[in-house]
Design a protein around this ligand. Sequence first.
Ligand SMILES: Nc1nc2c(ncn2[C@@H]2O[C@H](COP(=O)(O)OP(=O)(O)OP(=O)(O)O)[C@@H](O)[C@H]2O)c(=O)[nH]1
Ligand SMILES: [Mg+2]
Length: 216
Amino acid sequence: MSGAIANADDIPVVLLAGGRSSRMGANKAFATLGDQSLFARIVARIAKRQAKPVALNADADWPDAKGLTLVPDSIPGKLGPLAGVLAAMQYAAQRHPQASHVATVPIDSPFFPEDLLARMAEAIHTSDEIAIAASFDRDHPVFGLWPVSAAGDLETWIVTDPKRRVRDFLARHKVRRVEFPAVQTSIGPLDPFFNVNTPDDLVEAQKWLAALEDMS
Ligand SMILES: Nc1nc2c(ncn2[C@@H]2O[C@H](COP(=O)(O)OP(=O)(O)OP(=O)(O)O)[C@@H](O)[C@H]2O)c(=O)[nH]1
Ligand SMILES: [Mg+2]
């Protein structure tokens, strides 16, 4: 905890939902998992621990933002998740000027840790550091705390780097990786960052959900 500069309660959270859902074939935010859409499930999971209002990074014609501030990408063309991160930074700079960081959470990962923001905030030691989540030794940079001060650098990088690989952007900054453990369930260890990309993933997510409900 010592040295941490960010308090999780003060960090605005932006849901990333600006992708194409091409593997799902339809907007996966509205795919049903249990008795809720992925979108509703993720909003509820954040609301459990998050005091600040939540914004939604999605296309301007999104059907129902559930009262969240709708934040479309500032650079058009679906240039990847970091375009959503940039929109999140710009939203935070305008609407939460006291916040050093903005958090991003993707719309397709329904089992993310409840202590996500608290642990990521603890990992940040200076206002220019990035924190990203990891599990099973794999990075999940869509789950990140992003310094608002890096917006200009991110914008330049998105526009000028033709490959736009997330790891290349991260290499330009000081990054804190926060490793989260597997969740033990009745059918085995669940990666808390399991994400739903395909119809088959949705079927698998239903199994994990049932296994988690068995445990509670
Ligand atoms: N703003 C924005 N968000 C994106 C973009 N591409 C992906 N994302 C988001 O980043 C997260 C991870 O992306 P993917 O799992 O690849 O989702 P996707 O791009 O919608 O799906 P596929 O088309 O199947 O790859 C999701 O929350 C997406 O909504 C983009 O171009 N712009
Ligand atoms: Mg995904």
